[in-house]
Design a protein around this ligand. Structure first.
Ligand SMILES: *Cc1c(COP(=O)(O)O)cnc(C)c1O
Length: 372
């Protein structure tokens, strides 16, 4: 088949629709450039870098409307490392995990592998739907993703009212900064910065409650062996000094700082959330009107506002659509690699312009008219 060329006037201004690393705004790179001589390439133990880390921590507290006593932690390793940290230094005896996609499942597997914990209570739902938490005696951590990036299903941030000291621990990696929530409903809200925060990977950040801090300190004092890089007590100590145990990627911190400032200056989380809702709404409406496409999550309330997954019927090869889009500069619309569906997955993160999402639907229509 001849190459399909999408006319210039249909193309989005920015063709990056991936779920992470995701679109970085030019203003973030401008900020990076502005600190090239003063911060980049300087010691992370001195004021210029520590002030930058402090600015991100303050900005996140403002963005999340952090309740009294809540703190922002950060450390190296990304959300994947946070799972191992939580296994070693947050879960006391037994955890419950909601597994409705790749990421929720992985945390459950990490807990199951730990010889010093009881077998976790893992509640699984099929991809495209969502499992729900249930209070159970003896569970001390309830864990679930706010947004399952692998399937495009989101869950409300709600505290699980189990045993008095049980903690609610939410993987907010692709939700944070794109979905509004009430911080009082969660004890640990952790995430990597390369999704709605449009930064690079390699770090994790977390909003933690006083109850979570108390837990972390108690587990650290219990005598359990905890590798130093995974010890959240060390993350508390270092974060309070605007530092990390070992060297962080300064550029990631800087890109993050500019994105958090941009969100706060524009109206904070309510603004970010309305923007992602607008963008995802464009795609879901498009799919519902299409004769060949349907939103993957069948229940409208499960459909993510930050990661949109759209199934295509057998008359269309979704892989061909994403290949043509890629050849025209519109990238990363492929589905999650292990899901194996005839699907497109599109990030509608805060950095992505709603008008670019509208342009994307026009581009998909242009391709569909030529391949069906
Ligand atoms: C991307 C993602 C992760 C993994 O993040 P890393 O920075 O690669 O460790 C974990 N959970 C969710 C929900 C994600 O979207």
């Amino acid at each position: 088949m001849a190459e399909i060329v999408i006319p210039e006037d249909l193309l989005p201004a920015d063709g990056r629709f991936g779920c992470g690393p995701s679109k970085v705004r030019d203003a973030q790179l401008g900020f990076l450039d502005s600190i090239r001589g003063s911060v980049l390439g300087t010691s992370h133990r001195q004021a210029p870098v520590k002030d930058l880390v402090g600015s991100v921590r303050d900005g996140l507290s403002e963005l999340f409307r952090a309740p009294e006593g809540y703190e922002i932690l950060l450390a190296n390793g990304g959300a994947t490392t946070f799972w191992d940290s939580a296994v070693h230094s947050l879960i006391e005896t037994r955890s419950q995990h909601l597994s409705f996609g790749e990421f929720g499942a992985k945390f459950g597997k990490a807990a199951a592998a730990a010889p010093f914990l009881q077998d976790p209570d893992v509640r699984t739902a099929d991809a495209g739907s969502r499992a729900t938490a249930e209070a159970v005696a003896g569970i001390d951590v309830y864990a679930y993703p706010q947004n399952e990036t692998s399937t495009g299903v989101m869950a409300p941030v709600q505290r699980v009212h189990g045993d008095a000291r049980a903690l609610t621990v939410v993987d907010a990696t692709s939700g944070a900064g794109g979905i509004d929530f009430d911080a009082n409903e969660v004890d640990v809200y952790y995430f990597s910065p390369q999704k709605n925060f449009a930064s690079d990977g390699g770090l994790w950040f977390a909003l933690v409650s006083p109850a979570a801090i108390e837990r972390i300190e108690r587990v650290a004092a219990s005598g359990r062996y905890i590798p130093e890089v995974l010890n959240l007590a060390g993350a508390i100590e270092n974060s309070r000094k605007n530092q990390t145990l070992n060297t962080p990627a300064l550029a990631s911190v800087a890109l993050m700082d500019e994105q958090v400032r941009w969100m706060n200056d524009n109206g904070g989380l309510a603004w970010a959330s309305s923007r992602t809702a607008e963008s995802s709404g464009v795609l879901y409406t498009w799919a519902e009107r299409s004769a060949v496409a349907t939103p993957f999550a069948s229940r409208p309330e499960d459909r993510s506002q930050v990661v949109v997954t759209i199934d295509f019927d057998d008359s269309v090869d979704a892989g061909q659509i994403s290949r043509v889009l890629r050849a025209n500069g519109i990238v990363d619309t492929e589905p999650y690699r292990k899901l194996g569906r005839n699907q497109l997955r599109v990030a509608t993160f805060t950095a992505i312009e709603p008008d670019d999402v509208r342009a994307l639907t026009a581009c998909i229509d242009h391709v569909l008219e030529r391949i069906i």
